[in-house]
Design a protein around this ligand. Structure first.
Ligand SMILES: Cc1ncc(COP(=O)(O)O)c(C=O)c1O
Length: 361
């Protein structure tokens, strides 16, 4: 597998090589069936086994009790931005949103489009979204508090959850789902697009606490109601079969090869610490996120001399390091070091950054 690049793309992103190899082996004939997972009925025993395995492994990894459902919903994380207010902000209610940059801003906008009651309870907008804001004075009457646990564009991450005083937390975890253990008890719902830590794009994983289902109005379009996904076990219509199959393999890799979420967190912490330590050696590289809010998943930085950034990208590609260009809205450099990005890849990046600094000082 020497022709695989070091992939630091923000999403879709690197998948574990062992998982890709298993998919390759299964591709033409899944478990002797003579057909690919892409070609089989989603209602047959083989696929039912696959979706069940994906669900069960996610539940086990997070230690979820039977109070939670694991759903596979179309439309990526962005559709959840619209479905969350549609399903959970009732007449006369005002939900609390914490604004921490691009994706949280989009989630807020989707609630406002529907004329739902929305309050931005805290924002780090006045600090250019370089940190996670302090949260005070949340309403006890709110149907939920919405946060984005990892801010993919800005390179910030929540390290301590806000105290919501029992109001359900709803979290967009697209870019740090399954990257570390989590006390799931405060969460009414967790969601994430699959394409960073779980598999190819095409489905979102939604973890929903069962009591939330009672709050969903009955007059929503069928496919836009989480109740449908609960009642029909994510099979009201044809689910995204191949992505769900990939999730079953990635979660198997997490459990059986990595050893669970605590082990994954240890690896992710070592990768991030190596990268941030190199950045902090001097001011050649300047991290864009406040240190206490730095993400373990997306390390964002600038070069002190910004004119060197195009050269940095060009040379990194020549060295087999891909996907390092920062999001177009902020520029700079971003290294996405999700679960499947190996420590060897991060080491290769650190070596490149060190050499580039020495050559271009
Ligand atoms: C934190 C976060 N939320 C939401 C999204 C949007 O995801 P999707 O493309 O699945 O709608 C992204 C995509 O990068 C993201 O990083």
């Amino acid at each position: 597998m020497n022709d695989r690049i070091h992939n630091f793309s923000a999403g879709p992103s690197a998948l574990p090589t062992a998982v890709m190899q298993e998919m390759q082996e299964d591709l033409l004939s899944y478990r002797g069936s003579g057909m690919s997972v892409m070609e089989m009925s989603h209602r047959g025993d083989l696929f039912m086994g696959i979706i069940d395995e994906a669900r069960t492994r996610i539940k086990r990894l997070y230690g979820l009790s039977d109070a939670y459902e694991v759903l596979f919903v179309h439309g990526g994380a962005s559709l959840q931005f619209a479905m969350v207010p549609m399903n959970f902000i009732g007449e006369g209610q005002t939900a609390e949103y914490i604004e921490t940059g691009t994706w949280s801003t989009k989630a807020i906008a989707e609630a406002r489009i529907q004329n739902k009651g929305v309050r931005v309870a805290a924002s780090s907008g006045d600090q250019d979204f370089t940190c996670i804001p302090e949260v005070k004075g949340l309403s006890a009457e709110a149907p939920f508090v919405h946060i984005t646990t990892n801010n993919t564009v800005r390179g910030t991450q929540w390290h301590d959850l806000p105290d919501t005083g029992g109001v359900p937390l709803i979290a967009d975890m697209s870019s740090d789902i399954l990257s570390r253990p989590l006390d799931t008890r405060p969460f009414g719902m967790i969601y994430g697009g699959a394409q960073k830590n779980m598999g190819p794009s095409g489905t979102a994983v939604v973890i929903l606490r069962k009591d939330m289902v009672e709050k969903i109005p009955h007059n929503l379009p069928t496919m836009l109601s989480y109740r449908t996904y609960v009642e029909k076990e994510s099979m009201f219509n044809t689910p995204a079969t191949f992505p769900i199959y990939a999730i079953s393999l990635v979660t198997k890799w997490l459990e059986e090869t990595v050893g669970g979420l605590a082990a994954m967190e240890a690896v992710n912490t070592r990768k991030a610490e190596a990268l941030y330590a190199l950045m902090d050696e001097d001011d050649f590289y300047c991290g864009t996120a406040a240190k206490e809010s730095r993400s373990l998943m997306n390390a964002t930085f600038r070069l002190r001399n910004r004119e060197l950034e195009p050269l940095f990208i060009e040379k990194s590609l020549e060295c087999g390091l891909a996907g390092l260009k920062g999001h177009k809205s902020v520029g700079g450099i971003r290294a996405s070091i999700y679960n499947a990005v190996s420590e060897a890849s991060v080491e290769a990046l650190c070596t490149f950054m060190d050499d580039f600094r020495r050559t271009n000082r």
